[in-house]
Design a protein around this ligand. Structure first.
Ligand SMILES: [Zn+2]
Length: 357
């Protein structure tokens, strides 16, 4: 295949977005796009390029005092009649336009066109963000080549509609179980109904008021919800067992241990087992590179509510934030699209930040 990422395409973030969208790369099928990206980067004299599976990393080594990461995932969710891309006025439609090939285009455009950035830059193009964590290119590189990720600050080019979404909330899932005693439904007074026992769990959830927390000027809003409920034996049996699955989204001033302690407080008197937890990430806006980035964007940051890979960087002690041209509300939708002006403005912002003073 002829590489569609030609010098003319690489010079224009809009054309580059479109070319990237038109290389199909549903999760676990990133080889073709990774090959194209790697070939481009290996031809750039001011970069050193590495590859692990379908994750490609390229870096400058200019001896700058600080190093920053620009990272984007190459994969998309499954196609939904939205491939290849189409144009309608100022909008580009197609799978991955918003989440997040327009962001990937920022990094690839800068990697090729900016030989002397004011920080050393690591450009990171990784596989399998949209599926389970064990496939995630950041996870794999963190296990095999953790030194590739070393930096003072990271920008994830996930869709944020051109503003800074800082940090991210943590997420925890837990099962609350109620117990009873089986009996024939015709003589129910001999048993204890575990589904009725769930009523008190649901009452606490309904009455629950999520915290609102402001950290470094960013607002986070917590949520505690039942997301699944299972119970019952048969149409004529008083059930002895009911499980309510709980999802808790918590602000990054709590770590998973504190989040679990809070859940145990809310559901005191009930059986509770945590089944899954991911730590959030503090906004991390205090580093000089982050402050200069905010100045280049020129708009106040907001807190990121959904969990993103910024938490993986935060876990390595690297402050990270989200910044990309796509609209996060459109990610994973059939009519996913991106505004061309957001691509142009965002690329200019990153260039302002990274270009030598
Ligand atoms: Zn994404």
């Amino acid at each position: 295949m002829q590489n569609p990422l030609t010098p003319e395409v690489l010079a224009d973030p809009v054309a580059l977005t479109r070319a990237l969208v038109d290389i199909e790369s549903v999760s676990l099928n990133e080889k073709a796009i990774a090959d194209c990206v790697e070939e481009v980067l290996r031809g750039v004299p001011h970069l050193t390029t590495y590859r692990h599976s379908n994750t490609v990393m390229a870096r400058t080594d200019l001896g700058r005092a600080q190093r920053v990461v620009l990272a984007g995932h190459l994969d998309t969710v499954p196609l939904n009649g939205n491939f290849p891309s189409t144009m309608r006025g100022d909008l580009m439609y197609g799978c991955g336009t918003s989440d997040m090939k327009s962001g990937v285009a920022f990094a690839l455009h800068l990697a090729v066109t900016l030989p002397d950035p004011r920080y050393d830059v690591t450009y990171f193009f990784y596989e399998a963000e949209e599926i389970e964590s064990r496939y995630n290119g950041l996870t794999l590189v963190g296990q095999t080549h953790p030194e590739w990720l070393q930096a003072d600050f990271a920008v994830l080019l996930e869709p944020t509609y051109g503003i800074v979404e800082a940090g991210c909330q943590g997420t925890m899932r837990a099962i609350v179980t109620t117990h009873g005693e089986r009996a024939h439904a015709a003589r129910s007074w001999h048993g204890v109904n575990a589904i009725h026992g769930a009523g008190e769990v649901l009452r606490r959830l309904t009455a629950y008021e999520g915290r609102r927390v402001t950290i470094e000027g960013c607002d986070y809003r917590e949520g505690l919800n039942a997301v699944r409920i299972t119970g019952g034996v048969a149409g004529n049996v008083i059930p002895d067992h009911c499980e309510i699955e709980i999802n808790y989204r918590y602000a990054p001033d709590r770590d998973p241990a504190a989040a679990e302690a809070h859940l145990r407080e809310v559901f005191v008197g009930f059986d509770l087992a945590v089944t899954d937890a991911a730590a959030g990430a503090a906004p991390g806006l205090e580093s000089p590179a982050a402050q200069e980035f905010l100045a280049a964007v020129g708009a106040a940051p907001i807190g990121k509510l959904g969990w993103t890979d910024v938490a993986r960087f935060a876990a390595m002690g690297i402050p990270a934030l989200n910044f990309g041209p796509g609209d996060p509300n459109l990610a994973h939708h059939k009519d996913e699209h991106v505004e061309l002006t957001k691509i142009r403005d965002g690329a200019a912002t990153l260039h302002r930040w990274l270009a030598p003073a």
